[in-house]
Design a protein around this ligand. Structure first.
Ligand SMILES: *Cc1c(COP(=O)(O)O)cnc(C)c1O
Length: 374
């Protein structure tokens, strides 16, 4: 997997331009959507992002331990999480309920330091976040009391959108209205957040009214469109960062009627050549790509023949005879004629987010254009 950090920096610059006065938080959870959290975080900061965002506290702590500077927010906590380590590492932590506030207050007391907390509102996603109404009023009130005691500082009020990738979906306006109400309640009670934020990639790209003080793009930073209906990466001035390719491990002639891979779900229709691609579901290639995943070999699109196995799959090369070692490109930016992660997503009935994120640790990442060349 080649990771083009020059493309990533250019994508972050494009997102900063779109964000205007809002700050940009580069979301580098899940090992930077499979691209490598550390190099991508460094490149994003070099290109103008001022915050890093992760799901788990462990992810944020690993970034800090590697020496990454600046503000960081992590939002997916479970009881007993490493609150004290996060406070001591200057990481902002998200609170979605009273249990989390109690734990962070106890950790702040132990550490003798002020915890920076961001209160997360569920404005309609129905996932993490505090429910509006009595739950929110209770959380805001308790956070203000902890702030008055010098144990926490409420640095942010925030939420997450459910359908920003579906243009015109009525839930987006409903969530924004709910968010404004929940902000107004907290601010009327005396909360003075540094940042209010709700925008993910699709909202950053297409809904300026969602930008508030900060935007949190993830997938767009990696050069992938958050949804095919919204546009292509090029429509947004973005370029895919990851290219996955392999060297053919074997090319051989076989007769017609030859079954290919487990279950013989593919049978050659006549004399042909088969190419063996040494990457499989153990590397994150979806088994759902069996019979459908596209691969560029020698300038032509080929299709995964039969089942994707743990370590390998086969393509029917139709009599072409490239040498073993010839390059098979699974996906990349598309400008050499290769498929894109979006093509793989469509072939597998999933989203491009999943295609890049699941590329596993057995696939070496090779970083290119890592120097800050402007
Ligand atoms: C993953 C995530 C994002 C980034 O979403 P994209 O659609 O990849 O831009 C932003 N905020 C939260 C809370 C997330 O979990």
């Amino acid at each position: 997997a080649e990771i083009d950090l020059g493309a990533l920096r250019a994508n972050v610059r494009a997102l900063c331009a779109r964000a205007g006065d809002a700050a940009v938080m580069a979301v580098v959870k899940a090992d930077g959507y499979g691209h490598g959290a550390l190099p991508c975080a460094r490149a994003a900061l070099a290109a103008g992002a001022t915050w890093l965002g992760t799901a788990t506290p462990e992810e944020a702590l690993a970034l800090r331990a590697a020496g990454l500077p600046g503000r960081m927010l992590c939002w997916l906590w479970v009881p007993g999480g490493p609150w004290r380590q996060a406070i001591e590492a200057d990481i902002d932590v998200s609170l979605s309920g009273m249990w989390a506030l109690r734990e962070v207050v106890a950790a702040a007391r132990e550490a003798g330091r002020v915890a920076r907390v961001q209160l997360k509102a569920d404005t309609g996603l129905g996932r993490n976040g505090c429910q509006p109404g009595a739950d929110w009023e209770e959380l805001v009130g308790a956070a203000l009391r902890a702030e008055a005691e010098g144990l926490v500082r409420v640095t942010g009020l925030w939420s997450h959108l459910a359908c920003a990738d579906e243009p015109g979906h009525p839930s987006t306006d409903a969530q924004l209205a709910r968010f404004r109400e929940m902000l107004a309640h907290a601010e009327a009670r005396g909360v003075r957040p540094e940042v209010r934020h709700i925008a993910n990639s699709p909202a950053t790209l297409t809904l300026p009214e969602t930008h508030f003080d900060l935007v949190r793009p993830g997938i767009a930073m990696y050069g992938i469109s958050p949804g095919p209906e919204l546009g292509t990466p090029a429509d947004f001035g973005l370029r895919p960062v990851m290219t996955v390719s392999a060297s053919l491990a074997l090319v051989k002639h076989v007769p017609g009627g030859h079954g290919v891979s487990y279950g013989h779900h593919y049978v050659t229709s006549g004399d042909t050549t088969l190419g063996l691609v040494p990457i499989g579901y153990g590397d994150g290639i979806p088994r759902h790509a069996s019979g459908t995943g596209p691969v560029l070999v020698d300038g032509k699109w080929r299709t995964v023949a039969g089942r994707v196995a743990m370590d390998q799959f086969v393509v029917d090369l139709g009599g072409d005879d490239p040498r073993a070692g010839a390059e098979a490109v699974l996906f990349g930016p598309g400008d050499r004629g290769e498929p894109t992660a979006e093509d793989w997503a469509q072939a597998c009935g999933t989203i491009a987010y999943e295609i890049v994120t699941r590329i596993g640790s057995r696939v070496p990442r090779v970083y290119v254009n890592g120097k800050e060349l402007g």
